[in-house]
Design a binder for this molecule. Sequence first.
Ligand SMILES: NC(=O)c1ccc[n+]([C@@H]2O[C@H](COP(=O)([O-])OP(=O)(O)OC[C@H]3O[C@@H](n4cnc5c(N)ncnc54)[C@H](OP(=O)(O)O)[C@@H]3O)[C@@H](O)[C@H]2O)c1
Length: 251
Amino acid sequence: MRTVLITGASGGLAQEMVKLLPDDQLILLGRNKEKLAQLYGNHLQAELVEIDITDVQAIEELVAELYQRYGKIDVLINNAGYGIFEDFDKISNQNIHQMFEVNTFALMNLSRLVGTRMKEIRKGHIINIVSMAGLIATGKSSLYSATKFAAIGFSNALRLELMPYGVYVTTVNPGPIRTGFFDQADPDGTYLKSVDRFLLEPDAVAKKIVKTIGKNKRELNLPALLHLAHKFYTLFPKLADKLAGETFNYK
Ligand SMILES: NC(=O)c1ccc[n+]([C@@H]2O[C@H](COP(=O)([O-])OP(=O)(O)OC[C@H]3O[C@@H](n4cnc5c(N)ncnc54)[C@H](OP(=O)(O)O)[C@@H]3O)[C@@H](O)[C@H]2O)c1
């Protein structure tokens, strides 16, 4: 049986992924055990762990203990993350540090700890849920984009280092998904309203992610239109900036 660890497990995307993994031993990390129990209390093969993923010592202890009990983690899904869509001059230094702690440093630390073990046994798959915002930067997402660009940079290098050991690293870069993410990122709903017609459904995104498990897939960029937009952004950055700043300035 595969052992799959998912962070930010109470979130919208995580809930949909869990539904698609009925036969796996799941290790679900979240900030609130009651919330986890409400969601997954009936799941027969889910270990629910209340933990602050930015607490380095707690994470190190947890990983050591999980390896003692399960002997392996086959799949690590770094899913926890949040955004604040706000002008750069309204973002505090504390915001900057906190978001990097969750979106970037925790993802790097868990990848490091679990990746080391995967490298030893020459098997495993790390799936980092990043964002289209980590490929295309737009206004009001300076901080969020920075955390996600960094996560992609780290993942791209990690993929190369783990390649000779048969360990896969996939980055998942979705556009906007209909989840609770926007309660925090966009409390007044302006952005959500303007992108409503493009919104991805979390079950569809989860299905695509789960399909990649065990496959040597570099990245999953969705929807197709934004995947194309990213190609355009890379080839014609100046024109892309003009479009992102004017026509497609949704935030
Ligand atoms: N929704 C989108 O439009 C969208 C688009 C592209 C990428 N993403 C990325 O997809 C991932 C999943 O997001 P989602 O859409 O499922 O959003 P969500 O429903 O808000 O779930 C994200 C989960 O991340 C954890 N989290 C949030 N803030 C945190 C904090 N300050 N400290 C620690 N953990 C925190 C929480 O898990 P616990 O409560 O269990 O701790 C939360 O339930 C995130 O990395 C997000 O950046 C989302």
